[in-house]
Design a protein around this ligand. Structure first.
Ligand code: SF4
Ligand code: SF4
Length: 471
């Protein structure tokens, strides 16, 4: 009896020597994936529909007049689930990003590229929007190949022009969506309704992103995942033998052999029909093993299951599984490595939670003015001069008041500083703090101040107050 191979590379050992998106002559290998059909594709289609609905609805959702989500990278203002993160909260933003990255690493180690196949906007838009339009206008794989080879007749011009026009329109919609996430729908509405001359830069951004999206979905396509995306390139270090990926069960499938009628089959279950390759949007043969180019789109699972049903074999020759499950029949979702990631993530979330709970609406830096001394006043009080900066860490206007909590004393601003704080704005000025000598025991005394908005205390902080020695 022939021994089953222990690696899937018995037949195609050279596949790692070349990049299949580039032909031998250096030209691009344009892929025409066959229209995917099957249970997994239907699940993904419903999931994508839900995801796109949420994606297009989110910019319109508001809490207390503020967007639920905002990612204004230029002004470094972010709103995540209604929580405003301004330029002063760089630590909060940094930690959120860091914990997000650790989460991605953990998630990928356990579930492979589930994100790429199901939720990545590139895959969702490419496979569930643009590709479907292409199938609707140009037909399935054979018709697309024939159309591209055909001379430029009026029918071809009509098909190509209508496809490119629809692509351009959806790219324009997507660019508007992206801008809405960046500046909010209210600002976007202004670009649409007000004279163009008042919003030249933002309108330029819409046009620029429209062209980028069009280029990406009409031409770049699979290469955005296989050449541009850094996440795909990290798979080699993130995945291990327990990671759940879309995989071909070579123990069951090999040796592959065409099926013949009335023949006692001694070969494996793979009938070498190449349907799994024909449907692959990145043009790979999953039977060669896990590859960087696989975006876990499940198209090959459906294609193979359909074939298995037709020839009367068990489905699941290509399925979500792990290398260990294929070889040993068992697999562990949680290993020492994943427990390590969980520990780091828990720690990061704990710190993040603490910082969020203790976060205040304002942040005040109040320091004794450089080069100044205390002033002894004839009425038995001592004054210190301070410079202050108040940062508004919310996305609303605040009119704060500064109060001395302890010891008793008075505040007198130098000049008339404007304490009106715009959203994420800052105010600065100088203030004299005057305290009776009887309240001051040491040369260096600690005093406590608070920032109020009406009767609501926004923040409490301490600073030093210098008094004459021995008083
Ligand atoms: S679709 Fe299934 S049976 Fe056909 S070549 Fe691929 S793995 Fe083999
Ligand atoms: S190998 Fe399968 S899951 Fe991976 S990209 Fe190709 S069709 Fe999708």
């Amino acid at each position: 009896m022939e021994t089953l191979p222990t690696t899937p590379f018995k037949y195609e050992e050279s596949f790692r020597d070349h990049f299949n998106a580039v032909r031998e002559d250096g030209k691009r290998n344009w892929f025409y994936p066959q229209r995917p059909q099957g249970t997994w594709h239907t699940r993904r289609a419903w999931f994508s529909a839900a995801l796109l609905t949420v994606l297009f609805a989110l910019p319109f959702l508001k809490i207390n007049g503020q967007p639920l989500f905002l990612f204004n990278v230029i002004e470094r203002k972010f709103i995540i689930f209604g929580l405003f993160i301004g330029p002063q909260d760089y630590w909060l933003f940094g930690l959120t990003m860091l914990s997000f990255m650790v989460f991605i690493v953990l998630f990928t180690t356990i579930f492979g590229r589930l994100w790429c196949g199901w939720a990545c906007p590139q895959t969702v838009f490419m496979e569930m929007v643009f590709r479907k339009i292409e199938y609707a206008i140009e037909g399935d794989r054979p018709q697309q190949i024939a159309l591209d080879k055909a001379p430029w007749t009026s029918s071809k011009v009509l098909k190509k022009a209508s496809k490119w026009a629809v692509f351009l329109f959806i790219s324009f919609l997507t660019a508007n969506l992206l801008i809405a996430y960046g500046i909010g729908v209210d600002e976007l509405k202004k670009i649409i309704t007000e004279p163009l001359s008042e919003h030249v830069t933002l309108f330029g951004s819409v046009v620029g992103f429209t062209l980028i999206f069009y280029f990406n979905f009409a031409w770049l396509r699979d290469q955005a995942c296989t050449v541009v995306c850094p996440y795909g390139r990290l798979q080699g270090v993130l995945l291990d033998r327990n990671s759940v990926v879309v995989a071909y069960d070579y123990q069951r499938g090999e040796p592959r052999e065409k099926i013949r009628k009335n023949q006692d089959r001694t070969a494996g279950d793979c009938i070498n029909c190449h349907q799994c390759v024909a449907v692959c949007p990145t043009g790979i043969d999953i039977r060669n093993g896990t590859q960087m180019e696989c975006v876990s789109c499940t198209a090959c699972i459906d294609a193979c299951d359909n074939i298995m049903h037709k020839v009367g074999f068990e489905p699941g020759l290509i399925r979500y599984t792990s290398e260990n499950a294929i070889v040993k029949g068992t697999s562990r979702l949680f290993t020492a490595r994943t427990y390590g990631y969980v520990a780091v993530l828990t720690l990061l979330w704990a710190v993040l939670g603490y910082l969020l709970v203790t976060r205040t609406d304002t942040e005040t830096n109040l320091l004794r003015a450089m080069g100044t001394q205390y002033i002894e006043n004839p009425d038995g009080t001592v004054s210190n001069l301070y410079t202050f900066k108040i940062f508004n860490k919310t996305n609303r206007t605040i009119q704060p008041t500064l109060r001395l909590e302890s010891p008793q004393g008075t505040l007198r601003f130098a000049g008339e500083p404007d304490l009106h704080l715009e959203a994420a704005g800052m105010s600065q000025g100088m203030v004299f703090i005057t305290i009776p000598k009887s309240e001051l025991r040491h040369r260096k005394n600690q005093i406590e101040l608070s920032m109020y908005e009406g009767s609501t205390r926004l923040e409490t902080f301490k600073t030093n107050f210098i008094a004459p020695e021995g008083e």
